[in-house]
Design a protein around this ligand. Structure first.
Ligand code: 4NP
Length: 156
């Protein structure tokens, strides 16, 4: 089983949405039994909580089921997952601090975005639904390319 962890700050907006979209793609492609996915936040503000209602709303609008409870990113995740995918550069930095190194498993989500390589997935927390729709579109296309990368790397 290949294991992928998506990581943002609060684990109620971007990373649970990435997890949900990726899960749906895996189901569509018949890869759910080969690739496992989860999400976490570098902060502990929302541990145990459901995703933000706006995350659920935007996912439902696109026919993507969301089912997650907030958890904090910890060092042990490095051993449990093959890929740790940060939503922005600040998450990436905080993860290296937690891990105490710059591990090869650590990736940046938008390094897979054909329309914005290396940029941040913007934090939609303080904005309105437009921001959530933008995040959805960014994740949807970045995750297509990320899945191609996983398929190629693991011969799937
Ligand atoms: P996320 O968004 O990192 O995409 O889950 C945020 C959620 C909560 C907060 C910040 C960002 N917060 O400050 O509580």
């Amino acid at each position: 089983m290949i294991k992928v962890l998506f990581v943002c700050l609060g684990n109620i907006c971007r990373s649970p949405l990435a997890e949900a979209i990726f899960k749906k793609k895996l189901e569509t492609e018949g890869l759910s039994n080969k690739i496992h996915t989860d999400s976490a936040g570098t902060a502990n503000y929302h541990v145990g909580e459901n995703p933000d209602p706006r995350t659920i709303e935007i996912a439902e609008k696109h026919g993507v089921p969301v089912n997650h409870k907030g958890q904090q990113f910890k060092k042990h995740h490095q051993n449990e997952f093959d890929y740790l995918v940060a939503m922005d550069h600040s998450n990436y930095r905080n993860m290296t601090i937690e891990l105490g190194s710059d591990p090869e498993k650590l990736l940046l989500m938008r390094d897979f975005d054909p329309a914005g390589k290396g940029q941040d997935v913007p934090d939609p927390w303080y904005g309105g639904m437009n921001g959530f729709e933008e995040v959805y579109q960014i994740l949807d296309r970045s995750l297509d390319e990320f899945l191609s990368f996983i398929r190629k790397t693991h011969d799937l």
